[in-house]
Design a protein around this ligand. Structure first.
Ligand code: COA
Length: 165
């Protein structure tokens, strides 16, 4: 597939709801162990919260929502931000964060994800950012392989535990 990559305007954010729902379903399938700490939110509630976050992030001028299109059809999207994060490694004082990447179920395995990651990296390079962080839900090994093919390496390992009980 040869998708067209565009920047999505904040006013069009609701177009992402269906793809966000697919990502939620994917996480639910890949990480059932997390439900032991608390059930997954409903797709509508999860989107309501994520939508608010996107709108807040889009107030930062360097936040970008990239979409892959085939005509009128939305094939996937990526959200990338830039944070001030000077750290122990000399990666510059800002770091890019890939907040979301999802490709429509029917378009997976056709290079759409690669095109979106490529566009996110180009955007960050324009902003003089050297490194992009990515968080992957534990159990989503397909996505880890995908990112490693794109050049990603292991960074932080995040764990969660219940506070009481
Ligand atoms: C991970 C993802 C963004 C990669 O995008 P893509 O356009 O499918 O990328 P590619 O065409 O290079 O395919 C990459 C991987 O996607 C997976 N894939 C391919 N077809 C798939 C399908 N029909 N359903 C699910 N996963 C599929 C495969 O695991 C493939 O990797 P593998 O060959 O090592 O097994 C995309 O598969 C996706 O949206 N997955 C579900 C959501 C997700 O995991 N997002 C990342 C969250 S951090």
């Amino acid at each position: 597939m040869n998708p067209v990559i565009d920047v999505l305007a904040a006013s069009e954010i609701d177009h992402l709801e269906g793809l966000w729902g697919q990502l939620l379903a994917h996480h639910s399938k890949k990480a059932p162990h997390l439900a032991e700490l608390g059930a997954l939110r409903s797709p509508a509630e999860s989107w309501r919260l994520r939508r608010e976050q996107y709108i807040e992030w889009l107030r930062e001028p360097r936040t970008t929502v990239l979409v892959a299109r085939d005509g009128d059809r939305l094939l996937g999207y990526a959200v990338v931000r830039v944070l001030d994060a000077p750290g122990s490694w000399q990666w510059g004082d800002q770091v890019g964060v890939l907040e979301t990447l999802v490709v429509d179920d029917d378009a997976r395995g056709t290079g759409v994800g690669q095109a979106l990651v490529g566009a996110a990296r180009e955007r960050l390079a324009e902003l003089k950012v050297q490194v992009m962080k990515i968080s992957v839900i534990a159990g989503n090994e397909d996505a880890v392989r995908f990112y490693q093919r794109e050049g990603a390496v292991d960074f932080v390992r995040t764990l969660v535990m219940p506070v009481s009980g």
